[in-house]
Write a protein that binds this ligand. Structure first.
Ligand code: FES
Length: 261
């Protein structure tokens, strides 16, 4: 595959954003860039990134295979990800995934024969408060069920671009990859993905308010210190006692378990 002059020009623009001698830092946006032309990161895409950055193909491949957002085989215009982790799974995500899998006749990480839709199981999409959720090219559709998931996919098959529940509007995987490479969405009429937190996100706060649950002494106006302003941790005042001096276990409260690093 010979990459287009547009892609080569964009690659030069991406590399120019980084200090001299640090061009390898441009690898992540460059991988999105090659994905924007081919729809995935092919062997040619790996070679292209290696060539323009002066890296080995093994170095580029190691990065491309680490991140799941870089697809290593042809992927549909629409990447449909259904969360089947515990919260979403038990609330209907498993059924929604199965309904889509049956309807599209594809399994995990497989693409329909027309090359339009790729289906995948997704790990927790960090939107458990709206479970069960699914995304199309990483835009959220909340509280789905079998029927709404099927309707959504049928709209995509009909050439429609349904509006996500939150966030901005849908774009194809290639269009999205251009943006992730660092080039603005030039379709105009931009949708700003901002707004207040929704009801399900605030449900815990509302319950806490209603029942008077609060952290003692917490001041909501406490400013968040920047890293440079944060004082270094105080040195311990004394050496911890050896284990032999420790109080034997008794009827008192259980000691807190130390968090694993
Ligand atoms: S379990 Fe589905 S978003 Fe967290």
């Amino acid at each position: 595959m010979v990459f287009s002059e547009l892609t080569r020009d964009r690659a030069r623009q991406i590399i120019a954003r980084y200090p001299e001698g640090r061009s390898r830092s441009a690898l992540l946006p460059l991988l999105h860039l090659v994905q924007s032309e081919e729809g995935y990161v092919s062997a040619d895409g790996i070679s292209f990134c290696a060539e323009v950055l002066g890296l080995t193909k093994a170095e580029v491949g190691a990065v491309a295979t680490f991140y799941t957002m870089y697809k290593r085989k042809p992927t549909g215009d629409w990447l449909v990800s259904v969360c089947t982790n515990t919260m979403c799974g038990v609330l209907g995500g498993d059924k929604a995934y199965q309904a889509l899998s049956d309807y599209l006749d594809v399994g995990h990480d497989e693409t329909t024969t027309d090359g339009k839709i790729t289906l995948e199981h997704a790990e927790c999409l960090a939107a458990c408060d709206y479970a069960p959720v699914m995304t199309v090219n990483y835009e959220f559709f909340d509280q789905v069920n079998e029927n709404s998931a099927l309707n959504l996919v049928k709209q995509l098959q009909n050439g429609e671009r349904p509006q996500p529940t939150r966030g901005t509007r849908l774009c194809t995987l290639k269009e999205m990859s251009v943006q992730l490479a660092g080039f603005a969405d030039d379709r105009g009429d931009e949708v700003i993905a901002e707004g207040p937190a929704g009801g399900p996100t605030l449900a815990g706060n509302r319950l806490a308010e209603r029942f008077g649950v609060a952290v003692p002494g917490f001041d909501p106006e406490t400013p968040i210190a920047k890293k440079a302003e944060t004082p270094p941790p105080a040195a311990p005042e004394s050496t911890p006692k050896p284990a032999s001096d420790a109080k034997p276990a008794g009827d008192g409260p259980l000691p807190q378990k130390e968090a694993k690093a």
